[in-house]
Design a binder for this molecule. Sequence first.
Ligand code: T6T
Length: 324
Amino acid sequence: TTAVAALAVGASVLFGAVSAQAQDTKKFTIALIPGLTTDAFYITMRKGAEAAAKAVGAELVFQGAPDFNPVQQVPVLDAVIARKPDAILIAPTDKTQLVEPLRKAADAGIPVITVDTFIGTGQYQTGSGDADFPLSYIASDNVLGGRMAARSLAKAVGEKGKVYVSNVKPGISTTDQREQGFKDEMKNFPNITVLDTQFNDNDANKAASQLQSVYARNPDLVGVFGANLFSALGAANGVQQAGQSGKVKVVAFDAPTSIVDNIKGGLVDIAIAQHPAEIGYFGVMAAYAHLTGQSIPTAIGTGFTVMDKSNIDNPDVAKFIYQN
Ligand code: T6T
């Protein structure tokens, strides 16, 4: 009997090992839904996500809409849920409008992690029950980013004069927080007046014409903060079209190659580059950790690199220019 028992133990150890290995080699499918597909920020995020997926042997599915809005994003999300991936990473395009569509994923047992933007308050797993069901939020500190932009712009304009924020639309967590941080920080500069925010709906052409109208109404305009890639690009183009290159200072959020060209050409003073590849990488790693039974942090903060003429050719800085 002892020999039989030993054999049985041996077999169960063996089977245990086999099933553990089978579990280890299960190929997880992780979906990444960006804010929109044709944005160097999300294209770069995808590269980081793919690197992480490769490292853990997961499959990454990248599916998104052509424009940044909930009307287009929700059907993409529904289609992804129908494919039953093991986890969903998503940059929700609206703090409130994506709550119920994402709850469907959570109710279907699909873990949800938000990257870049958040839903609700962005504080997850608190037991509030409203929009706290995502497991983790992986992103830049956007309030801090807005404060950094304000300090840079204040310095560039000699701490006085009229400035404004070129922004996308209210309801997007990232750009709302950048504007918030910017305005809070500007309270430290009593000689700077922050004019009304101009909302461009993520359309660079609209941002450019808004710059020209604001300038026409305020010929003493000294600066503009472009709160995301398209806002910044459009505002910079508007400054150029108004013939004010170098006179109306531009601080840009995000760092596509076009903004880098504008830094080199003197149109843009500073770009605050996010680290989208880092967001994608840690997003996939967090999903994988959860799927393999590890606990994960409810928030992971990623970095910034501030780019200007003086450092843009430094490889340690240039590696954060967004990819196409
Ligand atoms: O600024 C990024 C992103 O952080 C934001 O949520 C939306 O706009 C960008 O994708 C840039 O276009």
